[in-house]
Design a protein around this ligand. Structure first.
Ligand code: LCS
Length: 397
């Protein structure tokens, strides 16, 4: 099937067939793992042409690899972008994307509710490179508009955001950025391309911590950027090539395997997520639940507008705050106390002291992340067993 024929197929079909046809030589149904750091050239002239860009091909796995290329092709299909670039981690994707767009003396306007590692990058490393990052409450696009400066090159969003599940209006924020000549990046890790397509909403770059739902099995660290051919070529050739944050061929292959079941897994995560959110919202020991699929979520209407499903991450606060939340976490039996998310296993953690410990107490308050917020990445176990585990742990408080 040609690329154009494939593009017209449904998402689930692209997940199974998007990496390409069976291997031409051997008939292998799945793409081979090209576990090779370097690629033989026939002549010195061919080498020169490959390096100058006159000829397409593989020279060195830091710059490109056939297994990784199959993954990149499939992710570009799924996110409806021209090209994709796979990297060693979500953080490698974030550093590569920002440095592809901004230089010393430029600024980035970002949401203030981000994965703790991204917030640390914005607070510590980028200012050392003289790139200013202005973090604002991006649940209101007006705050983005107010923060834009003549030197702003990038608007950096995360929707739904880690860990509060707050949303950014991708269409409105992208329109503001465009007006100011800046690009918009959306971290689409929580929603996955199955439930949200930022490029169709006007964004320019999509980022994934592919460690999460793209892999789905908790066995890989990886990141992916998707965007225009111009952006991806620049990010690959000028930034990733220098920073060196390339993915290994084996990890690309694991992601290709994960992608085949993405819709099946994400539907189940979402089904279970809704059940956990509803259960908690009616429980007398729970103070607040954050889940975009609940009509009590302050941006539920926006969630329905820009997402086609609500995902598997649920955040909540137990009455009694941090101490009570820790007691709940210490008493789970089926769930695992662990960071990361999007795995088939249900994971539970406390962001203020774990994933978001890079936020100061004042920053947590400002962003609206309670110290006692508990985050569950709801897995694909039977939801009765997940609810039973929550129920027995809650009786211990
Ligand atoms: N973006 C989001 C939304 C994330 O949740 C993470 C990691 C990253 C980017 C960075 O990706 P990585 O380099 O880890 O592949 N989130 C984590 C979390 O919530 N727990 O552990 C890692």
């Amino acid at each position: 099937m040609t690329a154009d024929e494939l593009r017209s197929k449904h998402f689930a079909t692209l997940c199974v067939h998007g990496a390409g046809e069976p291997d031409k030589e051997t008939g292998a149904l799945n793409p081979p793992i090209y576990q090779s750091s370097t690629f033989a050239m026939h002549t010195a002239q061919e080498g020169a042409e490959l390096f100058s860009g006159e000829r397409e091909g593989y020279v060195y796995t830091r710059i490109g690899n056939p297994t990784t290329a199959a993954l990149e092709k499939e992710m570009a299909f799924l996110e409806k972008g021209e090209k994709a670039l796979a990297l060693a981690s979500g953080m490698a994707a974030a550093t590569t994307a920002v440095l592809a767009v901004a230089s010393a003396g430029d600024s980035v306007v970002a949401s203030n509710c981000l994965y703790g590692g991204t917030h640390k990058l914005f607070k510590d490393l980028l200012p050392r490179l003289n790139i200013e990052v202005i973090e604002v409450d991006a649940t209101d696009p007006k705050n983005i508009k107010k923060a834009m400066k003549p030197n702003t090159k990038l608007v950096y969003l995360e929707s739904p955001a880690n860990p509060t599940l707050s949303l950014n209006d991708i269409e409105a924020c992208s329109a503001i950025a465009k007006k100011h000549g800046a690009l918009t990046l959306v971290d689409n890790t929580f929603a996955t391309p199955y439930y949200q397509c930022p490029l169709e909403l006007g964004a320019d770059i999509v980022l994934h911590s592919a460690t999460k739902y793209i892999s789905g099995h908790g066995d890989t660290i990886a990141g992916i950027l998707i965007g225009s051919a111009e952006f991806i070529n620049h990010a690959r050739g000028e930034i990733m090539r220098d920073l060196g944050g390339c993915i290994s061929p084996f990890n690309s292959w694991l992601l290709l395997r994960g992608l085949k079941t993405l819709p099946v897994r994400v539907e189940k995560h979402s089904f279970n997520g809704m059940r956990v959110a509803k259960y908690l919202s009616f429980h007398p020991k729970i103070k607040t639940v954050w889940y975009p699929g609940l009509h009590t979520h302050p941006q539920h209407e926006l969630a329905k507008k820009q997402m086609s499903g609500f995902g598997g991450i649920v955040a909540f606060e137990v009455k009694g705050g941090r101490k009570a939340g820790e007691k709940l976490i210490n008493n789970v039996k089926l769930m695992t106390i662990a960071v990361s998310l999007g795995d088939v296993d249900t994971l539970i953690q406390m962001p203020s002291s774990m994933t978001h410990s890079t936020y100061s107490a004042e920053e947590l308050k400002e962003v609206g992340i309670p110290e006692g917020l508990v985050r569950i990445s709801v897995g694909i176990e039977h939801y009765h067993d997940i609810l039973e585990d929550l129920s027995q742990a809650l009786t211990k408080i």
